[in-house]
Structures are given as C-alpha cells and as structure tokens.
Design a protein around this ligand. Structure first.
Ligand SMILES: [Zn+2]
Length: 275
C-alpha cells in the first residue's frame, strides 16, 4: 500500500512536468510530444538531467544553464501540486481500484492545466476540456463502477441521486450538466461575455457531468465564496475595481476539487444542521 502511494507521488511529479509542457505549448500552438523540451528564453534544448522535476530547479538555483534566465515558479509548483493530488487520489481510492485511480488522475491533470492556463491567459482550452468531457461520458457509459467501487466513488454516486447501470444514466448526466451550465450561459449571453466567458459555461457543463447535481452545487458554492473572498482581497490590497478581470475558471476548478473529495461529507454536514 505504501509503495503504491510512493508510486502515485512520483508519477504525479513526472506528470506535473509534462503538464507544464502542455500549458506552454498549447499557448505557443506547438506540437506537444514531438519537440524536445527547451528553454523558452534561449531555446537551448534541455538535457535529461535538466528535466528532473523539482531537483533540476533546486540544483540550478532557478536559472537556465544556457542563458541564466530565471525559471518560472510555475514549473515546481505544478509538479508538486500534481504529485500531491495524485497521492491524495491514490490514497482515497485505494490500490485495488486501479481504473478509478487512473480516471481520477486524468481528470485532475486536466483540471490543473485549466487552472493554470485560465489564470495566465484567461482562456479555458477546448483541447483539454473536450477530452475530459469525453472521458467522463465513456466511463459513465461503460458503467465501470457497478461491480465494485471504492468508498470515494460510492459516495460520489450517492450524490447523484439517480440510478446507475443503464444507458439512461448517460442521458441523465448530460441533462444535469446542461442544468448546471444554464445559469452560466444566461449570465454569459445577458452580459455579452463580460461577466462570464463561454469557457466558464463549458466548464460548468463538465462539472455537472462529473459531479452530479448535489456535488456540483457544492462546487459552485465553494467557487463563488472563494471568488468573492479573492475579489474583496484584491480590491482592498491592489485597489482593483470589481470590473477588472479575474478569471473565474480557477475558482470553478477549486470548487470541483473540493466537491470531488469532500462533497458528500459537506452535503451530509449541511443536512445534519437542518435536522
Ligand atoms: Zn535559457
């Protein structure tokens, strides 16, 4: 079990390093796999020992060995966060449920790219969002978890509130996804894209599809509270006006992450307050 967690962490570090490449090359519209990694400043092709996650960053004291240009904090942060999330997913799902673990790792990887990309460029890339939408649809269609599921996934389905095990589940999940995306679409079209980007509408659709209605509501609640707090902090510290742009995608990703791992706990706690 412990070895499984160590493997999850190490695989997360390597995946995080790859996600950095995806984030940079998506923006530069470069091929993600064909070209060797290089310094974005001097274009020097990096040697294998300059590509070791975290270690290279520390050994090289944050500088490129070719031109001495500073390396962005994005690299080690994305690597460490990916590693920790992979570890958390492995630990929550358990080593006997390898497909569930792989599924969660893929979803988390997509969410990490969306988080950083939207923060940097104010765009949620379809090239990342569409594959994870398709992945969720495939897994729902195959009904992967009907035979035996980890507790995390059992809780997750409990949050769905609908039966599983037939093709209607896929249609029902799409209906829920449209329902979650609807208010975002309304905000987007009413404000002509100034309050809510269309990327946020699509991301909300994905959240409904992945999380189901109950957990998606938890995710949206977390996103709006976190976004509100951040907005107040920015207004107080930097004097930013409310209209000035903060991308909302990262908050939606944060909410999705919280709902994915703690959604059912939060729902149970909320209803225990009512009773
Ligand atoms: Zn360089």
């Amino acid at each position: 079990m412990h070895l499984f967690l160590v493997k999850g962490f190490l695989l997360g570090l390597i995946t995080g390093s790859f996600l950095n490449v995806v984030i940079n090359r998506l923006y530069a519209k470069e091929d993600i796999v064909k070209k060797r990694s290089y310094c974005p400043h001097c274009k020097k092709v990096l040697k294998w020992y300059e590509l070791i996650p975290i270690v290279s960053f520390i050994v090289q004291k944050r500088r490129c060995r070719g031109c001495g240009d500073k390396i962005s904090w994005q690299y080690p942060i994305v690597e460490i966060v990916t590693a920790l999330l992979f570890l958390q997913a492995s630990n929550n799902v358990g080593y006997q449920f390898i497909w569930e673990t792989l599924f969660l790792w893929s979803i988390l990887s997509g969410l990490i790219v969306i988080f950083v990309y939207d923060l940097k460029h104010f765009i949620i890339p379809d090239l990342v969002l569409v594959p994870i939408v398709v992945l969720v649809l495939i897994f729902r269609f195959l009904d992967f978890w009907s035979l035996g599921s980890s507790n995390l996934f059992k809780n997750w389905f409990a949050g769905w509130g609908i039966g599983i095990g037939n093709p209607q589940t896929v249609l029902a999940s799409i209906a829920v996804a449209l329902l979650v995306a609807l208010p975002f679409a309304a905000l987007h079209f009413l404000s002509r894209g100034t309050w809510m980007g269309f990327g946020d509408v699509k991301l909300a659709f994905f959240m409904g599809l992945l999380l189901g209605l109950h957990n998606a509501l938890v995710a949206l609640f977390v996103a709006f509270v976190a976004g509100g707090i951040m907005g107040v902090i920015l207004i107080l510290t930097k004097g930013k006006k409310l209209k000035s742009q903060i991308p909302f995608g990262p908050f939606l990703v944060l909410g999705t992450y919280v709902a994915l791992f703690w959604g059912q706990g939060i729902i149970d706690w909320y209803f225990s307050l009512l009773l």
